[in-house]
Design a protein around this ligand. Structure first.
Ligand code: FE2
Length: 385
């Protein structure tokens, strides 16, 4: 048996073929446009264990919108709500419902990141802009990606304030315990029919990413529905963006359901890593997070052989994993443990994945069938299968 170590800060690997014109240091923050940021922040604190971190709104002199930043280890979520009917944020909300607007990437040089990506064909969202306060300066720039989603490049090497200029520290008397979420492992985008390869090319040409894993509809299907997926990674492996598109099946693909309800392409799920998925999922379940239904007994009966086939030994107790609905997948390098929440808003759009990597670099391909059957049970209830 190989000794598999838990890898705390991602599985870094320099991918050959990736371009270094856009060195990315990591995910900086993810901004969601939501209908009621105050209540959303309470949900992410109470249910997911995020901590109050920073705030911008009427009290700080911002009269257009309110933004609450919640943080857990390296993960920062920004929850933003417009404060009047004229804000362009309303159009995004009316069309998409609550969802991810910004996937912000931490860079050394935001001006160069903007120049290099726009030169290669990216559509500008925000020209390089310097924001200052008494704690220093931050330079941000941005480009459009799929749908109405954008990437913002954040250069913060000359800043020592809490989050960004314009934000103040958010101190709260209500501070629920963290649940052990550490960092963003990957973020998945759903795009329309026949659009996956166009966005693969965008990440290759514009961002210098490489396509390091691909799954076609022969691999990702159930009796009823199918999808295709290609995983894009930047050179150091810290940023991983799988891109999904629907595929023809007997019934409706979950990707098509997403596109119908989000009214276009968008971020499908945010996968967050933990070092101890058992305690994380126990805590999240106790705090009211809803997860997809547990796979059937035969799934768990097959797990030991799936691990043995790759010469790995499961360290966790399988009955505990089964009791919590946690799924297990293995590859040559190790195994991984994962579970998926139900959508975190009323439209069946954005959801979260909780993942613990025990050496494996994959995305749970061995679980796709069981996972999609769980999703189909939900689609059935929604009348969208
Ligand atoms: Fe995932």
């Amino acid at each position: 048996m190989k000794d598999i170590k838990n890898v705390e800060y991602g599985l870094e690997k320099i991918f050959e073929g990736a371009q270094d014109f856009l060195p990315l240091l990591g995910t900086d923050y993810v901004e969601l446009y939501v209908g009621n940021a105050k209540q959303a922040a309470h949900y992410y604190k109470t249910a997911f264990g995020f901590q109050s971190f920073a705030y911008k709104g009427l009290e700080t002199g911002c009269r257009e919108y309110a933004s609450y930043v919640v943080k857990q280890d390296k993960i920062k979520l920004v929850l933003t709500t417009p404060l009047n009917s004229k804000s362009p944020i309303n159009q995004h909300l009316a069309k998409h419902g609550d969802g991810v607007k910004v996937i912000a990437l931490w860079v050394e040089d935001a001006k160069k990141s903007w120049e290099e990506t726009t030169k290669r064909g990216a559509k500008s969202f925000m020209e390089p802009t310097t924001e200052k306060d008494e704690h220093g300066e931050v330079i941000r720039s941005g480009i459009h990606t799929y749908g109405d989603t954008v990437h913002i490049f954040v250069e913060r090497k000359n800043y020592n304030g809490v989050f960004l200029p314009g934000y103040q520290e958010w101190k709260s008397d209500y501070n629920p315990e963290p649940t052990g979420l550490k960092f963003i492992d990957h973020m998945v985008g759903n795009v329309g029919w026949n659009e996956m390869n166009q966005w693969v090319k965008f990440y290759e040409d514009v961002m210098g990413f490489v396509n390091f894993l691909s799954f076609d509809d022969k691999q990702i299907h159930t009796e009823y529905s199918a999808l295709m997926s290609k995983v894009m990674s930047n050179g150091n492996g810290r940023i991983k963006f799988p891109i999904n598109e629907p595929a023809e099946g007997k019934k409706k693909s979950q990707i098509e359901e997403y596109i119908d309800f989000y009214e276009g392409p968008g971020a499908q799920h945010i996968a967050v890593a933990t070092n101890d998925i058992i305690s994380t999922v126990k805590a999240m379940r106790a705090r009211g997070v809803e997860f997809l239904s547990t796979p059937p007994d035969e799934y768990y009966r097959a797990v030991p052989n799936r691990l043995l086939a790759h010469n790995h030994k499961l360290r966790e107790d399988i009955e505990t994993l089964k009791g919590l609905g946690i799924m297990i997948d293995a590859d040559e390098e190790g195994y991984l443990l994962q579970i998926f929440t139900k959508p975190v808003e009323d439209r069946p759009t954005l959801f979260f994945e909780i993942i613990q990597r025990m050496g494996a670099r994959g995305f749970g391909a061995g679980n796709f069938k069981a996972l999609f059957e769980s999703i189909e049970r939900e689609q059935e209830k929604r009348g969208t299968l």
